[in-house]
Ligand binder design. Structure first.
Ligand SMILES: NC(=O)c1ccc[n+]([C@@H]2O[C@H](COP(=O)([O-])OP(=O)(O)OC[C@H]3O[C@@H](n4cnc5c(N)ncnc54)[C@H](OP(=O)(O)O)[C@@H]3O)[C@@H](O)[C@H]2O)c1
Length: 403
């Protein structure tokens, strides 16, 4: 079916936002404050006081364009405490009269806590949908993930997803399950599926937790940069790895918010044709840390884990899931993004060069990396040799890199 944007922009007068104390939630609240005149009701856990909630929202507001935060803007933000038991969220209906849209951004990203993933990503969404039916709601926006398809052999469609043969994590499964609840609830909805967020494309400023690439860099900083490694062994697939700059996310979210019609699922992804691969990311990392020799393996099974340095083994074990995700060929339909771009959306795809800006900022701001440079600076002048290891584990030396 042909996809068309709304002829008139969507508007709401009072928007309930979940997850506003988190990374994407603060980006979304700042974007909604800037781009709409709606009042914003932040549904937060009782532990968060108003000052703490406002601090990250003001920071994101200022980052989008300096100045003009005012009492009038601040007064548009209300805060409502979540019941301790998420099942009671629908009981808030009486106190939330006037809310005509819900933007549901709260989520659990802990790959390993299956109970919490189920409780937050699936059950909390179900309870919010009960609340939605009790309110006179125009729309329910669900923030999912571009990886909710799980491992599929085909392009991820902008629609409801079939069950995959396997999921990278229970996180992706629970996000897909929540999408399905939203789409079959009878409530008008939009699903937005961002890929992995990273810092801004111009300065690399990042305000999120250490997920995605930051988890990788943090793992390396902690586990592999407390000393110099003459040799480094890792898995370096060449598939495009989809990451999304946080400024691109905000711009696209604002455009999608206004123009997507009800029932739309939008894959919010960078152009895979311009995306870096894990191989690019490793090359970039070794430009900084400069071991003498780097061994690139096709899969983790090919790495002789018992024979490599224990810190590298610990790192590879820690990064196992992300390395597996990076080894899959992910492709995405991106019709909505194309239509929004045609309508004037400014959207900077993540490329090797813009991801380098983010890595540089991470390295510059890391005390551990500063010490690394200081302690091993004399060795870092040499260029690493890259050695491609074939599945049979016979090292075949490639030419020395010439960056
Ligand atoms: N970060 C990314 O790269 C990325 C990419 C694609 C999609 N997403 C999606 O974006 C959403 C937000 O992710 P994020 O990166 O902003 O994560 P985050 O910074 O960890 O924020 C998570 C938010 O969810 C809330 N939350 C978590 N567990 C909760 C619970 N048991 N009850 C109530 N609220 C709870 C948190 O509240 P507290 O502050 O009280 O803990 C926080 O406000 C998630 O749904 C995620 O799937 C993220």
């Amino acid at each position: 079916m042909e996809k068309t944007l709304r002829s008139m922009p969507f508007t709401a007068s009072k928007i309930l936002v979940t997850g506003a104390t988190g990374y994407l939630g603060a980006l979304i609240v700042a974007s909604l404050l800037r781009d709409t005149t709606a009042r914003i009701v932040c549904l937060t856990r009782a532990v968060h006081d108003r000052q703490a909630l406002l601090a990250s929202i003001v920071e994101e507001w200022e980052a989008q364009a300096r100045g003009c935060w005012s009492d009038a803007v601040e007064e548009r933000i209300e805060q409502v405490a979540l019941p301790d038991d998420l099942a009671n969220v629908a009981d808030l209906a009486a106190s939330l009269q006037g809310v005509d849209e819900i933007v549901h951004c709260a989520g659990c990203l802990d790959y390993y806590d299956v109970d919490k993933l189920q409780a937050v990503n699936v059950h909390y969404t179900a309870h919010l949908l009960v609340l939605a039916r009790r309110l006179d709601l125009k729309r329910f926006v669900y923030v999912s993930t571009a990886y909710s398809s799980g491992y599929q052999p085909h392009c991820t469609p902008e629609g409801l997803l079939a069950e995959p043969s396997r999921d990278p994590t229970q996180y992706t499964r629970t996000k897909r399950e929540a999408e399905r609840l939203v789409a079959t609830s009878g409530v008008p909805f939009v699903v937005i599926r961002p890929s992995i967020l990273i810092g801004t494309s111009d300065t690399g400023r990042y305000s999120g937790k250490r997920y995605g690439l930051y988890q990788q860099w943090m793992g390396l900083e902690r586990l592999a940069c407390d000393r110099y490694h003459e040799e480094f062994h890792t898995v370096a697939p060449s598939m495009p790895l989809n990451v999304l700059h946080q400024d691109a996310f905000c711009n696209a979210f604002k455009a999608a918010y206004r123009w997507l019609p009800d029932g739309a699922f939008m894959n919010l992804v960078s152009d895979p044709g311009r995306s870096p691969s894990m191989r690019h990311l490793w090359d970039m990392w070794f430009e900084v840390t400069r071991p003498a020799r780097v061994y690139y393996y096709p899969t983790l099974d090919d790495v002789p884990l018992k024979e490599i340095h224990t810190r590298q083994r610990a790192y590879l074990t820690f990064a196992q899931v992300n390395l597996e995700i990076a080894s899959h060929q992910w492709t995405f339909e991106a019709t909505w993004l194309e239509l929004l771009r045609m309508k004037g959306l400014r959207f900077d795809d993540a490329t090797v060069e813009t991801v380098r800006v983010c890595q540089d900022r991470f390295v510059r701001s890391s005390e551990q990396m500063r010490k690394y440079m200081l302690n091993h600076g004399d060795r870092l002048a040499t260029l690493p040799k890259f050695i491609e290891v074939e599945p049979a584990r016979s090292p075949v030396q490639l030419s020395a890199a010439t960056f």
